[in-house]
Design a protein around this ligand. Structure first.
Ligand SMILES: [Zn+2]
Length: 420
């Protein structure tokens, strides 16, 4: 929890001794005009790569939107306040690759339960649901989560319900028409189709599931993308990569599992070609898909990332490499990537790929009131990759507090407690 400044708590009630206590401005309860802001996040170091902003600012939120980002906001204008002094303040983190369908897929975690560790306000479900269980995802997860949720529909109609059995071992589950219908019927929520192209998951079906995912987004009549997971490729990885279209997303580029992106120290030319034609690169750390040596060689040779994502799920979350998004971002700091670039890859970059909510991923006035408060804890710190190999970083990012649509997770509680 954050340090929060104690301001007047109603009228003169005593402080909780030693606890971080939230102030509620008494003016909200009296005859005076209400404060201009529902919430002010005070004194943090704002980093907003979308507008090249880095500096100490107060952030005022009203009616669920960013209403002011100023060097100082009059404390009397804040109904609630969070003291972010000494912390970083960013637009709410956006995680392009997560697994958030508990009860309907085997490995999902409720997104709101991730928040204390992830400081993430927007989660993209990477194929947890397919055509047969997508309605359940929509009704049980999307509707009941305070977190913002988007999704790729698995090309397999069962999604990840069969875990650990591969969802496209039986190619009949890869029903193009059913996936196309689900994509077309949910344009506000669905970004395209997800496919996992790993030998053990597709068996003899090779890249047929990927081809069907491309057909599904095309048949849907949307501009949907394909998100393609790679691991130990079923056959020629170059042929697989050549199937991806501009705007499609390749996830797990820095995996060291089998037939992969860097072979004999060289990035496969097909991957650099793909990047050149506009295929997007998503990190997707997960339980086994992030190797420092591969990442370093790949990035040096031009296979840079567009988005840094966690690929958090039940199995990954229990590993010592701990792929919660701030911890994953910290690994890129350890690789020497500048802080602003790391933050951009988990805010404005994924938000503009999602492209469903104006100003998502920014702290511009009028943007959604989604804010992450992070602490940059000075190191040295040991950060493990998925082979459990350590790198020592100079600092790491830690979740402090998360605000979604102007409403903090945890304290302070807004009144009335309404969420948008
Ligand atoms: Zn995944």
């Amino acid at each position: 929890m954050p340090d929060v400044s104690r301001r007047r708590f109603l009228t003169g009630s005593s402080a909780l001794a030693g606890a971080a206590v939230i102030g509620v401005n008494g003016a909200a309860f009296g005859a005076l005009a209400p404060p201009a802001f529902d919430l002010v996040i005070r004194g943090g170091e704002v980093i907003d790569p979308s507008q090249g902003l880095r500096g100490i600012r107060d952030v005022g939120i009203r009616f669920g939107q960013i209403a002011a980002v100023e060097p100082s906001i009059d404390p009397s204008q804040a109904k609630l306040a969070i003291d972010a002094k000494g912390k970083l303040v960013t637009s709410g983190l956006v995680d392009m690759h997560t697994h958030i369908y508990p009860y309907g897929s085997a490995i999902g975690i409720p997104p709101d339960e991730l928040v204390p560790f992830s400081a993430t306000t927007t989660y993209v479900s990477a194929g947890d649901a397919g055509a047969n269980n997508f309605a359940g995802f929509k009704r049980e997860i999307v509707a009941h989560s305070r977190s913002r949720v988007f999704a790729f529909v698995n090309i397999s109609s069962i999604g990840l319900a069969g875990f650990p059995v591969g969802e496209t071992l039986n190619i009949d589950y890869a029903d193009v028409e059913a996936a196309a219908r689900t994509i077309a019927e949910n344009p506000d929520l669905v970004l395209g189709s997800k496919v996992r192209e790993t030998l053990s998951l597709v068996g003899a079906n090779g890249i047929e599931p990927l081809k069907r995912a491309v057909q599904a987004v095309e048949r849907s009549g949307t501009k949907g993308r394909v998100m393609c997971h790679i691991g130990d490729a079923p056959g020629d990885l170059s042929a697989l990569v050549d199937t991806l279209r501009p705007g499609d997303i390749l996830t797990h580029p820095y995996s060291a599992l089998g037939n992969n992106t860097v072979q004999n120290g060289k990035v496969l030319p097909a991957l650099l070609e793909a990047k050149k034609r506009g295929v997007l690169i998503d990190v997707g750390h997960g339980a086994g898909s992030f190797n420092y040596d591969i990442a370093e060689q790949a990035i040096q040779q031009g296979l840079t990332f567009d988005t840094i994502s966690s690929d958090i799920h039940v199995v990954a979350g229990n590993t010592p490499s701990r792929p919660y998004l701030p911890w994953v971002l910290s690994k890129f700091l350890a690789l020497g990537i500048p802080l602003e670039q790391v933050i951009a890859a988990a805010t404005i970059k994924p938000a503009s790929i999602i492209n469903r909510v104006p100003k998502l991923g920014t702290l511009q006035v009028g943007a959604p009131g989604d804010v992450s408060i992070l602490e940059l804890v000075e190191g040295p710190v040991e950060l493990l990759d998925t082979a459990n190999k350590p790198r020592t970083g100079k600092a790491y990012l830690q979740a402090v507090q998360t605000v979604r649509g102007g409403v903090p997770f945890g304290r302070p509680y807004n009144l009335p407690f309404s969420v948008n």
